[in-house]
Write a protein that binds this ligand. Structure first.
Ligand code: AMP
Length: 276
């Protein structure tokens, strides 16, 4: 595996006709990231992983300065998962002095409302990464389902030739969705955080029985104060999504409630997902 830091180097490396799969990340790799790398490895000739803690998607009160970083460890995990190129640019490489161009997908609700400016930063950096690596396929996790939907919209509305695949959420054995931010949790907080996936499961069970999933999820939060518990319609797929702070750590999660037949491609690999 090669680690490259400049746009010029990665362009040179990827010149040629290979089918490129790109996995954008912010590092601190866990099994959730590795599932995306493996999906790309299965489909593509060249697997590119970007490792960039993108400052423009963090709000002023967010955790940019304490975000976990361990590039050497990440490089080992990526190499073992069959990644060909790790693209780890500096902030200056991505946003040179005087940088002034932004992509604003006007997403409201859930994360769009809770984190103003977040999706603008995400869309901007992802469009830059798409233009830099020119992948045929890009891989994103269901854990950040709204992010995947925002990027699908950008791809569609800006006429980008790119296939976006969503990979199902990877969870710990106890149900907590893996996240780089879980590293912030104390043992006690880690235990409290379990209320989030359990509440979403309660919501899903209520939905199956024909009752209100949002009310059921709220009732099962076990004292966790949610930022939101919302139904999302993402390209026809209905999800129940929630965000909550556990101590100072902000966690998000979602479960799929319904995937109409015509929207089943939303997940890319619905047969392996949480749909069964
Ligand atoms: P991040 O490094 O947190 O920005 O995440 C990079 C990519 O990994 C995003 O597309 C996330 O949705 C995805 N991802 C993060 N956690 C998980 C998980 N537990 N399962 C599946 N994908 C994930």
């Amino acid at each position: 595996m090669k680690t490259l830091r400049t746009i010029r180097e990665i362009r040179r490396e990827l010149a040629g006709g290979a089918r490129v799969g790109l996995v954008p990340t912010m590092g601190a790799f866990h099994e959730g990231h590795l599932a995306l790398f493996r999906a790309a490895r299965e489909d593509c000739d060249t697997v590119v992983v970007s490792l960039f803690v993108n400052p423009t998607q963090f709000g002023t009160n967010d955790d940019l300065s304490r975000y976990p970083r361990d590039e050497a460890h990440d490089a080992k995990l990526a190499e073992a998962a069959g990644v060909d190129v790790l693209f780890a640019p500096s902030v200056e490489e991505m946003y040179p002095d005087g940088y002034a161009t932004w992509v604003d997908v006007e997403e409201t609700g859930a994360e769009g409302t809770a984190r103003p400016g977040h999706f603008r930063g995400v869309a901007t950096v992802c469009l830059k990464l798409f233009n830099i690596a020119r992948p045929q396929v890009a891989y994103f996790g269901q854990k950040d389902a709204q992010q995947a939907a925002v990027l699908r919209r950008m791809i569609r509305e800006l006429n980008i030739e790119l296939d976006l695949r969503v990979v199902p959420t990877v969870r710990d054995v106890d149900g907590l969705a893996l996240s780089s931010r879980n590293a912030y949790l104390s043992e006690e907080e880690r235990h409290e955080a379990l209320a989030l996936p359990r509440a979403l499961e309660a919501g899903r069970a209520a939905h199956v029985e024909g009752s209100d999933p949002v009310a059921a999820a709220r009732a099962a939060l076990n004292g966790l104060e949610p930022e939101y518990v919302e139904l999302l319609d993402l390209d026809g797929v209905t999800l129940l999504a929630a965000a909550a702070r556990v101590g100072s750590t902000r966690l998000i999660d979602n479960v799929i409630l319904e995937v109409p037949r015509q929207a089943s491609a939303w997940l890319g690999r619905a047969d392996q997902g949480e749909l069964t």
